[in-house]
Design a protein around this ligand. Sequence first.
Ligand code: FO1
Length: 328
Amino acid sequence: MQIVVLAGGVGGSRFVSGVRAAYPDAQLTVIVNTADDVTMHGLRICPDLDTMTYTLGRGIDPERGWGRAGETWRVKEELAAYGLEPTWFGLGDLDLATHLARTQLLAAGLPLSEVTRRITARWLADDPRLILLPMTDDVVETEVAIADAAADGGRRWLHFQEYWVRLRAQPDALAIRRRGIEATRPAAGVAEAIAAADLILIAPSNPVVSIGPILEVPGIRTALRTGNAPVVGFAGILGGAPVLGMAHRLLPAIGVEVDAAAVGRHYGSRAACGVLDLWVMDSADAASAAGLEADGLHVAVTGLIMSSPDATAEFIRLAVKALPSSAL
Ligand code: FO1
């Protein structure tokens, strides 16, 4: 069986660990968001790719959910001693080696998908049927507008990482834009993986800054809509709050309520120009299932807490069994 997962960082990585536990023998291709990417200190940083790599390669710091276990911060302290910004972004000594390797390989002219293949070769060597692909080989950067009376038009655009990490998503996000997305193409291997898939899963990652950008890469949405594989989406909002992270700070900026059913409607049913064949919500949101079904979106309701890869595997298997006319 060939499975494709669309995913972001921390929640997406936990979800993929569950997919692997549910289908240990499947060919598993993860299409990872790269719209969070940023250049700092001259280094290209791909947070979601790295979080996915370290999590699946068992090198992640489990408390933070990003960066390396057993990390030290000596280079960061030295950079701060030189007065070099940004001091608010935690680049650990071990993690820096990944960014140095990536930046060097990109500078040599390799596309990000090939750079990612080389970086992940080390981490995922014991699972040769697991492939991580960036959504695109082109550069996309997400920016968030916040109110600023001193700025032109009363709003200032910040890089997503500055909004998320330095400001901890505290000021209201007035708008989101993704610089460069219209000119991107799916990375090498992305369209092929979608076309060959037996099953496509949308992780319970942030709908605005993780799944949103993947679906906006020209060609990906159409490939999902016109492909043969069923598409199953999982809600990351449980009982009106994100299970992980701060999606509730960004959904209002795209006019979507912080509610699992609203996110399901936002992705939409494949029969009505959306991407989903099945939307999976937590039991806390069971009351909205009938309304969605009446609107033509198939829904499954189950516990969606990712407490361990096995617990995640269980709800994934349950959801896949609920696919209309599922042979999987
Ligand atoms: N998240 C933080 O909250 N603080 C950090 O200092 C930080 C540094 C960092 C460095 C490398 C990396 O790959 C990820 C890092 N993250 C950090 C996580 C990350 O920036 C965000 O949580 C995601 O981009 C949102 O998906």
